[in-house]
Design a protein around this ligand. Structure first.
Ligand code: RIB
Ligand code: CA
Length: 317
């Protein structure tokens, strides 16, 4: 299989860590770099957490850049109740000796996309502030993005609010800019996000592994389960990375999608037009603001779970 050249945009976050571990370890991914954004926790903590995850993966010198410190218009709204005060389960992991890249997130995105001889897949698993800023700052480079496979949105219910998923809700204006960019988008949203999970028993097996990445992952999962009192616990953001390299494990549908950027109760909703064609023709969905988006509506749960487990257990190839 050809390698996929990939850039992650993260707000690490426990489930972002599951995605970064996998992307750093999987042999079919050429992880070009990671950009960090304000989301689950503040961007400096996101950077620190992301560097720690690369340590756990035994990764090489993968550039990690600091991005937006807050949403385009709104204020930061952290998810400490889910990810802990430090954003990564409050495990007290020692700081990394890795250095953050001196470039800003948008500069690193430009340089990696311009410098790649292969098509680049962008996988944002966080609020889309960095991606929106990049699209506005370097539109010529943005045209070279092969596709975006993002964790965000929902064709059904929300999580941050009744209507909105956290990443889109955190910065709806940024999400609207990204969805309307014309770049092909696959939306890995709440319709499937919770389904690929890991049990506390599987976490214990990982912790007892000889592979450092597996031990790290097992501890994170245990902390996640203890905090939320849920088992199995979702692998979350990892699913978007899996959808980028193993589309055969996922079922998608194309919908017209518009992001609600109003100040009402639906702010941050990704409104997916699932009506029959004749009804859509009668009353189009605000087409000037909508985009045709490939939405993940189903998945092979066990296939996705095993993809992650086998990659993490095997560790560095
Ligand atoms: O709604 C889930 C998303 O919000 C995930 O990316 C999680 O890490 C948080 O950022
Ligand atoms: Ca995230």
């Amino acid at each position: 299989m050809n390698k996929t050249s990939m850039i992650l945009d993260v707000d690490t976050g426990v489930d972002d860590a599951f995605a970064v571990l996998f992307a750093a370890l999987h042999p079919d991914i050429n992880l070009l770099g990671i950009t960090c954004v304000d989301g689950n926790t503040n961007v400096d903590q996101v950077v620190a957490n992301t560097l720690k995850v690369l340590d756990a993966a035994g990764a090489g010198d993968i550039p990690v850049a600091r991005g937006a410190v807050r949403p385009l218009l709104g204020v930061s709204q952290y998810a400490e109740y889910v990810h802990g005060a430090d954003g990564m389960g409050d495990l007290g992991i020692a700081p990394s000796t890795r250095k953050v890249d001196p470039r800003s997130a948008v500069e690193l995105l430009r340089d990696l996309i311009e410098g790649s001889k292969d098509p680049v897949t962008l996988v944002p698993v966080a609020p889309l502030t960095n991606i929106a800023l990049f699209l506005r700052a370097f539109p010529e480079s943005a045209k070279k993005i092969h596709r975006i496979v993002l964790m965000g949105g929902s064709a059904s219910a929300g999580n941050a609010t009744a209507a909105a998923e956290f990443n889109v809700w955190h910065d709806p204006e940024a999400a609207a800019i990204v969805f309307q960019s014309g770049v092909p988008i696959t939306m890995y949203g709440l319709d499937v996000f919770m389904r690929p999970g890991i049990t506390s028993e599987e976490a214990i097996v990982l912790k007892n592994s000889t592979a450092p990445a597996a031990q790290f992952a097992g501890s994170l999962i245990e902390a996640f389960i203890e905090r939320l009192h849920i088992s199995p616990i979702t692998l979350g953001d990892f699913g978007a990375v899996a959808a980028a390299i193993h589309p055969e494990l996922f079922t998608t549908e194309m919908f017209d999608v518009v992001v609600d950027t109003s100040s009402g109760p639906a702010r941050g909703q990704t409104i997916c037009d699932r009506r029959d064609a004749f009804l859509k023709d009668l009353e189009p969905l605000g087409l000037e603001d909508s985009a045709k988006v490939r939405v993940v509506m189903d998945l092979d749960v066990e296939g996705v779970r095993q993809l992650w487990l086998k990659t993490i257990e095997k560790g560095r190839f």
